[in-house]
Design a protein around this ligand. Structure first.
Ligand code: GLY
Ligand code: MN
Ligand code: MN
Length: 468
């Protein structure tokens, strides 16, 4: 990612947001800061990662910057001023003089003038919009600016009378990916898929060579694969889980040994130019599934196939999850992980959530700039249709609302799994197996397109890949 990117897509998004502000019927102004730089320890910061909303509207990746959009359509950027000495230490700054030309904003000023200029931008507006509950201290800062506007009341200046969450508008925009976003996500997915292939092949090679092979050796392959193709970061902390570690859902790559006869679960994806990818593959460390591993793997894969078939425009967000549950429930009975005489048939397994001890997460989440991307999971027009239901496991009453209707351009993961901990009532052959298969799906008019299949998913194809 360069310091800034060409601006047309971002300019169109700013115009779209301004229209949404205006459509409320009241003049308003939206204030969107980027992320803060965070200290790691003395003189050292965590790698800076811009705020996703800010980057969506600007393509600008420098820290210490703010965007202001008025319902009139006017946009103002506040950014770090040029400063030769700071640039010698910290690197190039775009600066306010160059920002309108580079980013297409109408005006740009030094961020050092933010407090002085913001009351002018808020004066005579009816609504101030900003991201709620995402930036510590932002609400207090807005209040201080409003106080200054109010101090001018006797001069006839009007002060905003309402504060609203700009995320409500931006989340809906971000949910439907535009062509430039889809193109970037395809590239991110391809890079991550290739890195997974590399990690699988490395695992087989290390075990064939009989050398000490650890989880972190595979993590190193992933990071190499991401960075070699220009991805800036992993999109989240990579999970490389050998053997029983795969049953820890939020495990990360550590020092455990890769052992022949055991599985390895890798959940890792790169972030490229601000967009995430999110892939999980589970494979035998030495490249050959054992019988029970293969049985469980094929069950998870069958459930993923069912979920993929259920993912299309017009379907509901919950449909792929429901499809997974039906397949897993039947398979858990057939493989003897659930006892039919105790839990009944597959329908009862789903209804009573008896599968939950083996499958305790959901099948999908939105994917985009954030790995767990923004966007409501409830269909907006049906949010008031809440039905109380009793959760069979906890006995608590939960409100169920109609889930989101899928539309072309939405991007979601499809990631069923099974995690089997040792237990007296579970066949020992399955103990400590943890399997997840995760792909990234672009919703299309007639179905979905899996953009992560540069890494194979069928057990035979994985074995072939690890033989070569
Ligand atoms: N890697 C995070 C997730 O799969 O949700
Ligand atoms: Mn995921
Ligand atoms: Mn994942």
């Amino acid at each position: 990612m360069t310091t800034h990117s060409p601006a047309p897509a971002q300019a169109a998004r700013r115009a779209q947001l301004a229209q949404a502000l205006a459509a409320t019927g009241q003049p308003g102004v939206a204030i969107i800061p980027t992320a803060l730089e965070v200290a790691r320890n003395r003189d050292s910061t965590f790698p800076f990662r811009h705020d996703s909303y800010f980057f969506y509207l600007t393509g600008f990746a420098e820290p210490n910057a703010w965007l202001v959009i008025e319902s009139s359509g006017r946009s103002t950027l506040f950014c770090q001023p040029k400063d030769l000495e700071r640039e010698i230490w910290d690197g190039y700054r775009l600066g306010p003089d160059a920002a309108p030309g580079a980013l297409g904003v109408d005006a740009a000023h030094s961020v050092e003038t933010l407090d002085a200029r913001m009351p002018d931008l808020l004066a005579n507006q009816a609504v101030v919009w900003f991201p709620f509950a995402t930036h510590a201290g932002l609400a207090a800062r807005v209040e201080a600016w409003l106080q200054q506007v109010r101090n001018r009341a006797r001069q006839g200046v009007l002060c905003p009378t309402a504060q609203r969450d700009v995320c409500a508008l931006l989340d809906e925009m971000r949910l439907i990916k535009q062509d430039d976003e889809i193109a970037t996500m395809r590239r991110a997915a391809a890079i991550s898929a290739e890195a997974h292939v590399r990690a699988m092949q490395t695992s087989a090679r290390l075990l064939r060579a009989g050398v000490d092979a650890r989880e972190y050796h595979l993590e190193a392959e992933l990071l190499h694969g991401f960075r070699q193709h220009g991805a800036q970061f992993p999109a989240y902390t990579s999970i490389v889980a050998a053997g029983a570690n795969a049953c820890v859902l939020h495990y990360r790559a550590d020092t455990a040994a890769l052992r022949a006869g055991e599985l390895v679960l890798i959940d890792a994806g790169c972030e490229l130019d601000g967009y995430a990818s999110d892939i999980t593959r589970t494979f035998p460390a030495d490249g050959r599934f054992t019988g029970p591993q293969r049985d469980l793997y094929d069950l998870v894969l069958a459930s993923q196939h069912a979920a993929v078939a259920a993912t299309r425009a017009g379907a509901r967000f919950n449909d792929p999850h429901d499809a997974v549950l039906r397949v897993l429930a039947q398979g858990l009975l057939d493989l003897g992980l659930l006892d039919r005489s105790k839990v009944g048939d597959a329908e009862a397994v789903v209804a009573e959530r008896a599968y939950f001890r083996f499958y305790m997460h959901r099948t999908s989440h939105w994917l985009g700039m954030d790995v767990h991307d923004c966007g409501s999971y409830v269909e907006p027009g049906e949010a008031s249709e809440a039905t109380p239901e009793r959760d069979p496991l906890t006995g608590q009453s939960v409100l169920r609302r109609p889930s989101r209707i899928l539309r072309p351009g939405m991007m979601l993961t499809i990631e069923p799994g099974l995690y089997v901990r040792p237990a007296d009532d579970v066949p020992e052959a399955f103990w400590n197996l943890g399997i997840r298969i995760e792909d990234d799906a672009l919703v299309t008019a007639n179905g979905c397109e899996l953009i992560t299949r540069g890494v194979p998913v069928e057990a035979d194809a994985i074995e072939a890949l690890m033989r070569d």
